[in-house]
Design a protein around this ligand. Structure first.
Ligand SMILES: NC(=O)c1ccc[n+]([C@@H]2O[C@H](COP(=O)([O-])OP(=O)(O)OC[C@H]3O[C@@H](n4cnc5c(N)ncnc54)[C@H](OP(=O)(O)O)[C@@H]3O)[C@@H](O)[C@H]2O)c1
Length: 271
């Protein structure tokens, strides 16, 4: 089912552009239902040519023509954009903010109106339709608003909903930053393969496909990762030696600490 609502995408940068591509490709909306804005006319023109949507540098006009407003500017721009679009907002419209470290209560306070605000944390894998988005509803959001947000973000991957906003810092540290951790793991596995004689391109493919395969096994079988690991670990075989080195290098603790540290950083920035 297509959305009937018009969408303003305030900030058609990396995430805004990705969202537009997926929404159009998956026929969630028609291009003419999207009003994208940017700070520069040249970017607006480029995006208009690419997607045949309405684009411009006028946030007020885009919001006036739209029912759902997606804030996809950098977090520091949110404070500037909100007062600008405020006169065009009413309780029939919905705001969805993807800005990191920006709480829905902060946005609600700035608006000082009973406007539904949903905070969303997508990740960069949205570019290849394998994104992970977590939604967190603000205090004026109902089930219908959430259904609309689910429809929008399902076009770029998986979506989950949480209701405790303080957990959005952990979400940011885990799935928001998650692709970067997997890039580092794949890079390191590749170097290991190269060190032992594999050509680099081949080593990178083997590493990336193994990480992708492992992730799919967990998601599709629903089995515990430890059980899957035990199944591929032959007594006195090859894998157990590799696993022993990972334990020795503090692999698990390093990952647990990474989430701890990144969560603390997100909390600090949110303040
Ligand atoms: N990238 C990610 O993986 C990711 C993941 C989760 C959440 N986020 C969040 O998504 C948001 C956007 O990130 P991004 O990576 O897409 O950033 P980006 O590529 O820099 O995009 C920001 C866009 O905002 C535009 N802009 C700047 N000022 C504006 C204004 N006053 N009115 C309208 N548009 C304006 C910029 O236009 P010009 O280029 O013309 O200046 C640019 O197109 C951020 O808040 C970030 O925290 C990003």
């Amino acid at each position: 089912m297509k959305l009937k609502q018009n969408l303003a995408i305030i900030g058609v940068g990396k995430m805004g552009d990705t969202l537009i591509s997926s929404l159009i490709k998956n026929k969630v909306v028609e291009p003419e239902q999207i009003f994208g804005t940017t700070s520069r006319e040249e970017t607006a023109l480029k995006i208009r040519k690419k997607h045949q949507i309405h684009t411009g540098t006028d946030n007020i006009q885009a919001v006036s023509k739209s029912d759902i407003i997606i804030l996809a500017v950098k977090p520091q721009m949110i404070k500037k954009v909100l007062p600008q679009i405020l006169p065009e907002l009413n309780e029939e419209k919905i705001i969805i903010s993807i800005a990191a470290a920006t709480s829905s209560s902060f946005i609600e306070e700035q608006l000082n109106k009973s406007i539904p605000v949903i905070r969303a944390m997508p990740n960069t894998a949205s570019l290849v339709n394998e994104g992970m988005t977590v939604l967190c509803p603000g205090k004026f959001v109902d089930e219908e608003h959430l259904k609309l947000a689910l429809k929008i973000f399902k076009s770029i991957g998986e979506v989950e909903i949480i209701h405790r906003e303080e957990l959005m810092d952990v979400v940011t540290a885990l799935s928001g930053s998650g692709p970067a951790y997997s890039y580092m793991m794949i890079e390191s596995l590749t170097d290991g393969g190269v060190r032992m004689g594999l050509p680099r391109e081949l080593a990178r493919k083997l590493a990336a496909q193994s990480v992708l395969g492992g992730a799919k096994m967990i998601l599709e079988t629903g089995l515990h990762p430890a059980l899957l690991k035990d199944e591929v670990t032959t007594p006195a075989g090859v894998t157990i030696d590799g696993l022993m080195e990972l334990e020795d290098g503090g692999f698990r603790v390093a990952l647990i600490k990474a989430i701890d540290r990144a969560t603390q950083k997100s909390r600090q920035i949110s303040k």
